[in-house]
Design a protein around this ligand. Structure first.
Ligand code: SF4
Ligand code: SF4
Length: 191
């Protein structure tokens, strides 16, 4: 039948007639205005009882539902308090990433140009957010807590290119709740 419809031929399934399929009233029962009014009142009772219950709809995007503390969204690269980048270009995050969406190209620090405290720094650091599955392995693998996942989940954009997060974008200031989470984690891990 599907082939016939796709070929533009008439669908032979007969149309349902009005009232068809409606169960017949019990024998002897006559239509009554009182019965209809009672049925209408029963329906309205249900509507009104729902009307006065607390609203459960969240008016997104103006309102947002609370996130789990364990929620991980977009990434950030962190700096030390003195402004140096934490990332030392070791590529452990890229090695740990199960989908291969991190690109790190390292370069040597020099006395004239010091970007991080280590020997090397990440000259290029990119994450393809279209591939990322937000598993958090990169954060776990980083020996200096340079790459972390933040709480943002509204990551829609208008082109594929914009989903390649560059080092400049990743170095944007960290939301305060991420700092709080990292500090709490540090305290937990302290001996
Ligand atoms: S969160 Fe997972 S998938 Fe995304 S960049 Fe990190 S390791 Fe890769
Ligand atoms: S983010 Fe961490 S794991 Fe990744 S290259 Fe930088 S220092 Fe190494």
């Amino acid at each position: 039948m599907t082939d016939e419809i796709e070929n533009g031929e008439h669908d032979p399934t007969p149309l349902r007639q009005p009232g068809e399929g409606v169960p017949p009233k019990p024998e002897g029962e006559k239509p009554s205005v009182a019965g209809d009014v009672a049925a209408l009142a029963g329906g309205l009772k249900t509507t009104l009882s729902e009307f006065f219950k607390p609203v459960v709809t969240t008016m997104y995007p103006e309102e947002k539902t609370p996130r789990s503390e364990r929620y991980r969204g977009r990434h950030y690269l962190r700096r030390y308090d003195n402004g140096l980048e934490r990332c030392i270009g070791c590529e452990l995050c890229a090695a740990a990433c199960p989908v291969g969406c991190i690109l790190v190209i390292a370069a040597e620090n020099t006395d004239e140009k010091r970007v991080s405290p280590g020997e090397r720094y990440a000259k290029t650091y990119e994450i393809n957010m279209l591939r990322c599955i937000f598993c958090g392995y990169c954060e776990e693998a980083c020996p200096v807590q340079a790459i972390v996942l933040g709480p943002e989940y509204e990551l829609s954009d208008t082109s594929r290119e914009k989903f390649i997060y560059t080092k400049e974008k990743l170095l944007e200031p960290l939301p305060p709740d991420v700092e709080a989470r990292l500090n709490a984690k540090k305290k937990e891990e302290a001996p």
